[in-house]
Design a protein around this ligand. Structure first.
Ligand code: SAH
Length: 230
């Protein structure tokens, strides 16, 4: 494949060997092999300048843990983003929660630069000075940004053109129409005394669409009423 990949991800991390991780498998892995997207994992420690390759230091003001140094991280960011207009994300539990809407915007662009935090986090000055967009994958705390970065990239890559086997299968998905998706069934027709809802085997596509829509609204009302408010 001679064309440049449509989507380029660069991840800054202290654990580059964690990448591409699960993204090397299945549809994302095949799309990567075909050159539809590319992933470069860059070792932050390579940008430390002292003899011990120090990347972190104790928190100003005291307290537990260590903080990633701004100078080292900025050098890493500047090196990978020379003349680069890709959005720069920082994985952070304090960030804006990731949504399918933001995933779609990111997937429509040329790529992303993702910084993975570790320890207590990163020095605030580098977040401000390099305009890092803090993104959270949920209201819980991970030990590092790497699984969060893999999650963000997974959500992006699966909707890149041509990556999913059937491009249409994304259209009705959870969150796409502001609703959770309807339930799915497949053969056998009867399993442990439970039947597939009759409407789904009726061949009446109008009735099937209506039933799915009703189920989606019902599920959303029960589980995620906040989505209906939006
Ligand atoms: N002390 C910080 C948590 C640090 S966790 C706080 O209380 O806010 C270490 C790193 O894991 C973070 O820098 C971040 O990169 C990553 N991380 C942890 N939870 C995350 C989440 N929910 N979403 C995205 N990244 C997360």
């Amino acid at each position: 494949m001679t064309d440049a990949p449509a989507f380029r991800a660069t991840v800054l991390t202290l654990y580059p060997e964690m990448f591409p991780g699960h993204l090397g498998y299945s549809l994302a892995g095949k799309a990567m092999e075909r050159g539809q997207w590319a992933l470069d994992a860059v070792q932050i420690r390579d940008f430390a300048t002292d003899r011990h390759r120090t990347v972190d230091d104790t928190p100003a003001g005291g307290g537990a843990g260590m903080v990633l140094k701004p100078d080292v991280l900025a050098r890493a960011i500047d090196t990978v983003s020379d003349n680069d207009t890709r959005p720069r994300l920082l994985m952070s539990p304090r960030g804006k929660p990731l949504t399918q809407k933001r995933v779609r915007e990111l997937a429509a662009g040329e790529g992303v630069i993702i910084v993975c935090g570790r320890f207590e986090g990163v020095d605030q000055r580098v977040i401000d000075a390099r305009q890092l967009e803090e993104v959270s994958i949920g209201d819980y705390v991970l030990s590092g940004g790497e699984p969060a970065a893999l999650t963000v990239l997974d959500a992006i890559v699966r909707i890149l053109p041509g990556v999913m086997g059937n491009d249409l299968s994304g259209l009705n998905e959870s969150f796409e129409g502001g609703l959770l998706e309807h339930p799915h069934y497949t053969r056998p027709q009867e399993w442990e005394g439970r039947d597939i809802p009759a409407v789904l085997t009726s061949g009446n596509h109008g009735a099937i669409d209506k039933w799915r829509r009703e189920q989606a609204v019902k599920l959303t009302r029960e589980r995620r009423p906040d989505l209906l408010d939006e």
